[in-house]
Design a protein around this ligand. Structure first.
Ligand SMILES: C[S@@+](CC[C@H](N)C(=O)[O-])C[C@H]1O[C@@H](n2cnc3c(N)ncnc32)[C@H](O)[C@@H]1O
Length: 417
């Protein structure tokens, strides 16, 4: 029997005016990033220097970067190889003198093609379907050349640093609309005048990231941090796992399946294809709730909501069930790695489907409750600055939208036995 303890709104968790791009948090945008201030505040309340933090859906590594600044060792997992690369790079020790000397060399080479008389030299172009649908011919040549220059850098940490700036640049110089995380091309009438400055964009990102890195290196503690590709939904466990288990989880799982909530895979696809990363077109199917389920969930806090959805649209109800079944599997795996006195902090959104609200926060309490965790509290915060779609289409009918993602819940449970 799970008990549900206090759930309350607390504006001090909104962080309306906070700078969310300090340190290496500035490196690369990504949908629905956790803001560092949430992880920081949770670490201050529940963290202990020298202990271990785990994030099963680490994305670009916000909670791991904060753990390193706080003084906790950390491990993160994500099924998306692009964000594993970004998170790894945000946590890395990159000697600034080596970085600066490589940046200088690269700058010289790029200056030659930008402002000299040389044309952009030919470089290998990867075989990507429909490449010319997303990029102009000129931009394809420049991206290929830039990537070739980056791949020639020998130092792996520096190469990662450059690759992260490259990845963000690729999306910005493509014909993708910036107003959505999904891949939609800008309108035909705008294509002709779309003439992005690829090298300038890349350089700006390098400068910004160099500043963030310097601030991070100055403050980070001497702790371990690593990223692995374990999928806890399938029972895979994170490595390394400390003796006695992790003491703290700070994480933000997806709000629902990628197809109808946040399309992480589509957001990453163009960069991932240029970089030759695996599963570039499959991430959204591999993500939680990406595969259909025949089961419908009974006896859980989301079951009556799913029943209501089922009376309107049975297929949709099965899709929603698939997500919660995966979430429960993932929680069952994660608890195996947690210590006997661990605290879990899950930042979740209660999305609406077919105008029915799904109490994901209660589901998390229920799923951890099955493994001996008791609910401490749930804090409700407004989302003033998290980058995610504020409007979705709960009925899945184009044009019919509803603003459902204005708040999120920070669910805190503790193992007390
Ligand atoms: C809300 S985002 C996390 C954002 C992260 N907190 C940040 O600040 O960047 C959720 C992440 O879960 C990942 N994901 C989805 N299904 C997963 C699974 N089965 N195992 C691990 N990660 C998964 C997605 O790829 C996405 O990066």
């Amino acid at each position: 029997m799970h008990t549900v303890n206090p759930k309350y709104q607390d504006k001090s968790w909104d962080f309306r005016t906070a700078d969310t791009k300090e340190y290496t948090h500035c490196f690369h945008t990504y949908p629905a990033m956790m803001i560092p201030q949430i992880a920081r505040k949770l670490l201050n309340q529940y963290g202990m220097e020298g202990e271990w933090l785990f994030d099963p859906y680490c994305g670009t590594g916000t909670s791991l970067v904060e753990a390193s600044l706080f003084g906790m060792h950390s491990v993160g997992c994500d099924i998306n190889p692009l964000v594993r690369l970004i998170a790894t790079t945000k946590l890395m020790f990159i000697p600034l003198d080596i970085l600066d000397s490589e940046l200088k060399k690269l700058d010289k080479v790029l200056f030659q093609v930008e402002f000299g008389t040389d044309k952009v030299p030919d470089a290998p172009i990867p075989k990507i379907p429909n490449l010319d649908y997303w990029f102009s011919e000129e931009i394809i040549k420049s991206i290929a050349y830039l990537l070739d220059c980056i791949n020639k850098v020998e130092d792996q940490a520096v190469r990662n640093f450059l690759t992260v700036a490259f990845s963000e640049t690729v999306r910005e110089v493509s014909y993708t609309r910036t107003s959505t995380f999904k891949l939609h091309r800008i309108p035909a009438e705008k294509l002709e005048n779309f003439n992005p400055d690829i090298f300038g964009t890349f350089r700006k990102k390098l400068n910004r990231n160099r500043q963030g890195l310097a601030a991070y290196l100055e403050k980070r503690k001497d702790v371990e941090a690593s990223i692995c590709d374990a999928n806890t939904v399938n029972g895979e466990l994170p490595m390394p796992c400390p003796l006695g288990g992790y003491n703290l989880v700070i994480t933000s799982p997806p709000y629902g399946d990628s197809h109808t909530t946040v399309a992480y895979g589509q957001f990453s696809r163009l960069s991932a294809e240029w970089l030759g990363l695996p599963n570039a077109r499959k991430i959204d199917r591999l993500a939680m709730g990406g595969q259909n389920s025949r089961e419908t969930l009974a006896g859980t806090p989301v079951s009556s909501a799913i029943k209501k959805i089922s009376s309107i649209d049975e297929k949709r109800a099965r899709e929603v069930s698939a997500f919660y079944i995966d979430l429960e599997h993932s929680i069952s795996s994660a608890v195996k790695t947690l210590s006997q006195r661990s605290t879990i902090c899950y930042v979740v959104g209660n999305r609406r489907v077919k105008d029915v609200t799904l109490p994901t926060d209660e589901f998390v309490v229920f799923a951890f409750g099955k493994h001996g965790f008791s609910h401490k509290e749930t804090i409700v915060r407004n989302i003033p600055n998290k980058r995610m779609p504020l409007k979705n289409s709960p009925s899945n009918v184009a044009g019919q939208t509803s603003t459902t993602m204005h708040e999120e819940n920070i669910v805190i449970c503790q193992r007390t036995d």
